[in-house]
Design a protein around this ligand. Structure first.
Ligand code: KG4
Ligand code: ZN
Length: 347
């Protein structure tokens, strides 16, 4: 089954053709990030206008790359991320997907963007190191610019939300700290670059840094997170320093990254132990972080959990994960009734 997936929840416009939920035939992503760089964050109005400008060319390219010349015949269904996200951006993808589903007479499958991030891990089965699909029950950690959630999945479409951030999302904290340090947007890759891949030198654990930042809620028994205090601690630290040279930036970025990774790893492993799962799946933009990948995999292995991360292009927002999710959760809806839901969450 070939599914054409749409992803337009924020500042990426993406369309992808995926076969049987695991083989990516094409995955085209256009980002309006460059427009947002000077503001250090996404400007919703600008993102929505860019969605309108790019959606048709992106779909055309995705079909062309997949050598689909007659979608009405060669595509079996259409999937679209209908929330959560910025309403202006979401509307563009949802209304475009509805229109195409009507014109080509195809089933339309709505996908929760957050669940979509988890399904990026099913696509990996085409890679040799992940020759088998993930096995339930599993723990999913979703870490993106807007969300930080721990979810227990017992089957496709069956999830129990265990906890999430009480304030800033992990990616949001990366973006804000990057801004305080005078680094670019998006902040995650910038922090990672400045912090450097220290684990390569030291092996197991990142080295202690000169500065010490808090690990919020790390000892709490629940599965909630809080990153706003950590961000404020960085702001206060930066303001207390007279000069911030490159070395100090490196130390602060590294300590901040360690703090976030420490909390994410500790809570995820604790959830995996408590619910006796064998697999941990990580998804969302922050899943592209090498320090997080390295440490989650290392601690996971030590505790006999299989840990999966999508490749970087499938960690950040993309249409392929939406198409993959729709394949395993094939619940088409009445086309006219589908509405974008900016506040959609886990139900
Ligand atoms: O999933 P995503 O592409 O969009 C949302 O659904 O929000 O995630 C974007 C977030 C941004 O906050 C960005 O800074 C973060 O993911 N991110 C990273 C890395 N790459 C992207 N955070 C840490 N390390 C990275 N390498
Ligand atoms: Zn996302």
């Amino acid at each position: 089954m070939r599914i054409l997936g749409f992803e337009t929840t924020c500042d990426e416009t993406s369309a992808a053709v995926v076969e049987n939920g695991m083989k990516v035939i094409s995955n085209v992503v256009s980002s309006s990030q460059d427009f947002h760089k000077k503001y250090g964050g996404v400007v919703p109005e600008v993102a929505a206008r860019e969605q309108v400008r790019t959606i048709i060319p992106v779909v055309k390219e995705a079909l062309l790359k997949a050598r689909v010349s007659n979608p009405a015949r060669e595509v079996d269904a259409i999937a679209v991320a209908y929330g959560p996200g910025l309403i202006g951006s979401l509307l563009v993808g949802v209304e475009s997907a509805k229109t195409m589903a009507i014109v080509w007479n195809k089933p339309l499958v709505p996908v929760n963007h957050l669940v979509g991030h988890v399904y990026a891990n099913w696509i990996q089965v085409t890679k040799p190191q992940y020759s088998k699909s993930p096995k339930f029950p599993l723990i999913a950690l979703i870490v993106s610019g807007g969300h930080t959630d721990l979810v227990l999945m017992t089957d496709h479409g069956k999830y129990k939300w265990l906890g999430g951030t009480l304030d800033d999302a992990a990616g949001e904290a990366f973006d804000k700290v990057a801004r305080v340090l005078g680094l670019g947007y998006p902040g995650g890759p910038e922090i990672e670059r400045v912090a450097g891949a220290k684990y390569l030198v030291t092996g197991n654990q990142a080295p202690a840094t000169k500065y010490h930042l808090p690990r919020p809620m790390i000892k709490d028994e629940n599965f909630d997170f809080s990153f706003s205090g950590l961000k404020t601690a960085v702001v206060n630290l930066v303001h207390s320093l007279e000069i911030i040279d490159h070395r100090k930036k490196t130390e602060i970025a590294s300590e901040f990254q360690n703090a976030v990774v420490d909390v994410l790893v500790e809570k995820t492993i604790r959830a995996a132990k408590k619910y006796r799962v064998t697999e941990i799946l990580v998804g969302g933009g922050v899943a592209a972080n090498s320090e997080l990948k390295h440490r989650m995999s290392k601690v996971g292995l030590k505790n006999k959990f299989s840990v999966r991360f999508p490749s970087t292009d499938l960690s950040v927002d993309n249409g392929a994960m939406i198409a993959a999710c729709a394949f395993y959760n094939f619940n088409p809806v009445k086309i006219e009734s589908l509405q974008a839901q900016s506040g959609l969450y886990f139900s």
